[in-house]
Structures are given as C-alpha cells and as structure tokens.
Design a binder for this molecule. Structure first.
Ligand code: G3H
Ligand code: 13P
Ligand code: ZN
Length: 310
C-alpha cells in the first residue's frame, strides 16, 4: 500500500495499548531488514530519517527505496517520518518530497520560540495532509546536530505540554522522561520518570506520546561488537521491561537507532575477523541485514506489542 500517515496507527495503538516502532534508516539493508521484520510480524512500522541520514542516502534514493519497501509490503501500514527536523525549511523539503510525517525539533529553543516554529510547520504540514511530531523538554546526550549536556537535561513539564499541544496543534509529542540518545544512557541504574508520563497522559490523553533515545543498547550486540574489536565499554540503554511498560502506558511511538547500528556493526565485524579473506560486501551485509531484521522483530513482538496490528 502507499505510505500512510501515523494518524490511524496511533489512534489504534492508544486504544489497544501498544507502541509502534520508529526505526532510523540510512541505507537499503536497514530498510529491508525493518520491512522484512514488519511483514513477518504483521505490524505497522515507521521508517524515519534524520537530516544527516537524508544527506547521506540522498533524498531521491531514500524515496525510491521506501517506495520499493511499500510495494513489497502491500498489507503493512508504513509511514515515512523526518526525525529531528531542525527547522521549517527541512520539514518543508520532506513534506514536498512525499514524507507522511515530520518532526520539528524545537527543543533547543525556549518555550515561546518552540511554539512559534512548531505552529509554522503544523500549518504547512496540515495543508499537505502530513502530520507533525514536536518535542518539549530536553533529552540528555546528542540529538542529531544538537548537543545537550546532561546537566542541561530537563524533564517535560506536564502543564506546559498541555499548553504546547493546544497552542501548536501538533499531532504527537516527544517528551523527556529520562531517556537519551546513543549508547550511554545511564551511569548507574536505568530510571525513567513514569510518574511524569502518567501526568502528561492525564492532561492530554488523546495526544500520542513519543519516546526518543529508547534503544535497549542490547548487551549481546555490544558484547559481540567488543569481542570482534570494537571499543564500546560500559554502554547502557533502556531495559526491555521499561519499554514494555511505556508501551502499555500511553507511549505510542518508540524511536530506535542505536540498536540497529549495533546490530549491523556486530555482524560486519564478525565476518571481518572470522573471514579476513572476505571482501565481497554481500558476504558481510547479508548477515548484517539479517541481524537488523532479528532486532526489529524482537522489539515488535516481545517489547512494543505491535505484532498482528497491521
Ligand atoms: O536521534 C538521532 C538519531 O539517532 C539520528 O542520528 O543524525 O546521526 O542520523 P543521526
Ligand atoms: P537511540 O539512540 O536510543 O536509538 O534513539 C534514537 C532516536 O531517538 C532517534 O530519534
Ligand atoms: Zn531522537
């Protein structure tokens, strides 16, 4: 089927208490791994690309690959989303190119400026049948081109979230409840502020909530990377049980990039170390693509609960 927006996906997920995975894509193997998993699990899925991913893959290639993915998955609702849109112009470019959803990340601005830029994107997007994710609150760590030090980390204020959604008309809201981007999310115990999530859901029950920085940083994949020569010590993510709890309690979209990077890298490193004479890219990209598929399938089926919800 053609690309869809996230509107119906989120309505169903809020009613039936599960989350939809939003997986970052940069190349063909990642797109294929995700779509193969979604097909096998009969799950809706969101493919998302950051502005640096779009620069890397080039927008025409990206659109054609996603179009091919949709053709290969005629019964699966697939949305194409701009992740961390830095400004109005980038959002407009993606809307004009055929994305069905965009994020305007105004979290680097103060509240009023965030409202203004988000409203501008919402007006343009809605005129073109596209939905908008906005962000309020700051995640610790690195977001695309934006660096936020962990001292500056700021949880989302539930009352502000209500005002923000009312004033901007955004379709979904990314919140900060303790997650962060990348492979180093927690120094000690993993901790998420489920109390803030509950308060937000109480105040804006019909707004789909988005969790960024939600990779598990799967320990087996980190170990495998390190075993085959990587240097990723002490990496730690959000445990599956917490993501499952979030899925049951009003989080509709869960963003995953780091776990897919680890999956791909672990298998490529393994082939490089075990078969040093190999230099045919298909020999290492085939298991890498399979590991992306396995990772996505596990999340859909065992953690987010979107299997059989297509
Ligand atoms: O949240 C950011 C995503 O992981 C995308 O990262 O800008 O390196 O593509 P990227
Ligand atoms: P991770 O780094 O935890 O995979 O988060 C990805 C993300 O939030 C993309 O927007
Ligand atoms: Zn993010």
């Amino acid at each position: 089927m053609p690309l869809v927006t996230t509107k119906e996906m989120f309505e169903k997920s809020m009613k039936e208490h599960y989350a939809i995975g939003a997986f970052n894509v940069n190349n063909m193997e990642i797109i294929q791994g995700i779509i193969d998993a979604a097909k096998e699990e009969n799950s809706p899925v969101i493919l998302q690309a950051s502005s640096s991913a779009i620069k890397y893959a080039r927008i025409n290639y990206l659109m054609k690959m996603v179009e091919a993915a949709c053709e290969e998955a005629p019964n699966i609702p697939v949305a194409l989303h701009l992740d961390h849109g830095p400004d109005f112009e980038t959002c407009k470019m993606c809307i004009d190119a055929g994305f069905t959803s965009v994020m305007i990340d105004g979290s680097k601005y103060d509240f009023e400026e965030n409202v203004q830029v988000t409203k501008k994107v919402v007006d343009y997007a809605h005129e073109h049948g596209v939905v908008v994710e906005a962000e309020l609150g700051k995640l610790a760590g690195i977001e695309d081109d934006v660096n936020v030090s962990s001292d500056d980390a700021m949880y989302t204020d539930p009352l502000q979230a209500k005002e923000f959604v009312e004033r901007t008309g955004c379709d979904s809201l990314a919140i900060a409840i303790g997650t962060s981007h990348g492979a180093y999310k927690f120094k000690g115990e993993a901790k998420l502020r489920f109390d803030i999530l509950a308060k937000i859901k109480e105040l804006i029950p019909n707004t789909p909530i988005v969790l960024h920085g939600a990779s598990t940083v799967i320990p087996e994949l980190v170990e495998m990377c390190n075993k085959y020569g990587a240097d990723i010590p002490g990496a730690k993510g959000v445990p599956d049980e917490m993501l499952h709890e979030a899925s049951l309690n009003g989080v509709s979209k869960i963003n995953v990039d780091t776990d897919l990077r680890l999956a791909l890298t672990a298998q490529i490193r393994k082939v490089f170390v075990e078969e040093p004479a190999t230099f045919d890219p298909r020999k290492y990209l085939t298991p890498a693509r399979q590991e992306v598929k396995n990772t996505v399938q596990h999340k859909i089926r065992d953690v987010f609960g979107s299997n059989n919800k297509a």
